[in-house]
Design a binder for this molecule. Structure first.
Ligand code: KIV
Length: 266
């Protein structure tokens, strides 16, 4: 398999080829993603919830992210590796650049992900990309804003809020972002953002019109403790291996069978 690259992702959008992204937190699961031909592995700070057992992603530190990203990198060869900047790594530009240096230079990520579109985030995107660190932006239901939102709530339901998300998407693209994860928004907003941007938009609970999809691996294997998000699907149900579940997820994203209407918000 040819390595997935940042310019290659742009070409996939242009060619209408859907992009398959999935989280991983260790080398064994990374290898499963690699074997299934997943395009992008995300070391998400969701590891704070599904690996560490916290109620949010906020307790995750840069050291945790570097530890897990290093392990995932050892399990990958062709799959592109993206790692999250953890909560408050954006407190100033020095911390942003330190996080970029460690996640990419030390741990082996090819891209870092940042949440939001506030002025200091746009500045962070520009500072990273000008130093040749590609950036994935993350908008909509950004989990690091859980206290501001009052819970993990769907964003962009009202017209004004939807327009704001679209403006933010255009702003992160203009700042230099190479990819956008759009989480927890109505189908129509997912469609509008994907059509408006030249960079690929990867949806999670953002409807079927995005250029690709991402899920937390524990959700799509049905092993997340407690309630599973409505936008996820248990791909292990009715199958006999993790490999078969990941392969089915990849096939359903590429064919457009996932997400189905029951995984979407209107
Ligand atoms: O942390 C994470 O796993 C994420 C995905 C849910 C997109 O940001």
């Amino acid at each position: 398999r040819k390595p997935v690259t940042v310019p290659g992702l742009l070409a996939m959008k242009t060619q209408g080829q859907r992009i398959v992204m999935l989280t991983a937190y260790d080398a064994s699961f990374a290898w499963q993603l690699e074997m299934a031909g997943i395009d992008i592995a995300l070391v998400g700070d969701s590891l704070g919830m599904v690996v560490q057992g916290h109620r949010s992603t906020l307790p995750v530190t840069l050291d945790h992210m570097v530890y897990h990203t290093t392990a995932v990198a050892r399990g990958l060869s062709a799959t592109l590796l993206v790692a999250d900047l953890p909560f408050m790594a954006d407190r100033d530009l020095a911390h942003v650049l330190e996080a970029g240096a460690r996640l990419v230079g030390e741990a082996g990520a090819a891209m870092v992900k940042v949440e939001g579109a506030a002025p200091h985030i746009l500045e962070a995107i520009a500072a990273l990309t000008v130093r040749a660190i590609p950036v994935c932006a993350h908008l909509g239901l950004t989990p690091q804003s859980v206290h501001k939102f009052g819970g993990f709530r769907i964003q962009g339901r009202e017209q004004a809020a939807a327009d704001r998300v679209l403006d933010e998407a255009l702003a992160v693209q203009a700042a230099g972002a190479n990819l956008l994860v759009l989480e927890g928004v109505p189908v129509e907003l997912g469609r509008r953002v994907t059509a408006a941007l030249t960079i690929p938009v990867i949806g999670i609970g953002a409807g079927p019109h995005c250029d690709g999809q991402v899920l937390v691996i524990h959700d799509m294997l049905g092993i997340t403790p407690g309630k599973r998000p409505k936008f996820s699907k248990d791909f292990l149900a009715g199958r006999d291996s993790v490999a078969a579940a990941i392969a089915a997820y990849a096939e359903d994203v590429r064919s457009g069978a996932f997400p189905a209407p029951e995984h979407c918000f209107n």
